[in-house]
Design a binder for this molecule. Structure first.
Ligand code: SF4
Length: 231
């Protein structure tokens, strides 16, 4: 665990903001289609970045960035996440957090301390299939708790689903839609298999664009707004 990567400036990862990106290593899933396998499988192969150095860097940049994106891996596993975000917020920067949603207790603390402005939660497939995403036990019911928590949270919220064949289809979109009914934003993303964690997943042929648009039509029955990315 720990901070493994930093990118100074991005226009793409925090909607409407210019942001720096910070990556935490380690994850409690090993999704076969994971796009960032090095951070998941061998985080110890990368040295931890010094949090104080990083915060000093962010302080220098704060006149030309709006916020910081916290991604991974799964950042909610990092014990140093909350103190790190306390300093980021004290700098006057906004925070976007990318999470798989399996740690509602951490998210609850982040909400209580007002340390997150924008939360992006991945919905990878049906919650009951999450145990297929990892060799060890997966507390997938915690995802349901997170969805409930997010209904009451006063943060900008986005659900994201990467449309991986074999994990996402029309029925999955409809069932996930019922789970997140009335969510403000649901982003459906095209799958790009090149860097997937498992060889099998690298051989999967991505859905054609029309199929993703069909999924978006279905998703639109449930979420207030649907966007498609990566086509
Ligand atoms: S896709 Fe996300 S949740 Fe899945 S292994 Fe990769 S970082 Fe973890």
């Amino acid at each position: 665990m720990g901070i493994k990567g930093f990118q100074g400036t991005s226009l793409l990862d925090f909607p409407g903001r210019i942001a720096s990106l910070v990556f935490w290593g380690g994850c409690n899933l090993t999704c076969p289609f994971c796009h960032n396998p090095a951070l998941v499988l061998e985080p110890e192969a990368y040295p931890n970045l010094d949090a104080d150095d990083l915060l000093a860097d962010l302080a220098e940049r704060k006149s030309f960035i709006d916020g910081v994106v916290i991604s991974g891996g799964e950042p909610t596993l990092g014990r140093d996440l909350i103190p790190f975000l306390e300093v980021v917020k004290a700098l006057g920067l906004e925070v976007k957090l990318d999470s798989n949603g399996l740690a509602p207790q951490v998210l609850s603390e982040l909400f209580c301390k007002e340390l997150v402005d924008y939360l992006a939660i991945d919905l990878k497939t049906l919650p009951r299939r999450y145990p297929e995403l990892h060799a060890g036990p997966v507390a997938y019911r915690q995802l349901l708790e997170t969805v409930q928590l997010c209904r009451e949270a006063s943060v900008e919220l986005e659900y994201r689903t990467t449309c991986v064949p074999g994990w996402v289809d029309e029925g999955v979109i409809a069932e996930l839609g019922e789970l997140i009914q009335d969510a403000p934003l649901w982003a459906l993303q095209q799958y790009h298999p090149e860097h997937a964690l498992c060889e099998e997943a690298r051989e999967v042929v991505a859905y054609p664009a029309e199929k993703i648009r069909t999924f978006a039509d279905i998703a639109g029955r449930y979420a207030q707004r649907v966007v498609v990315r990566g086509l």
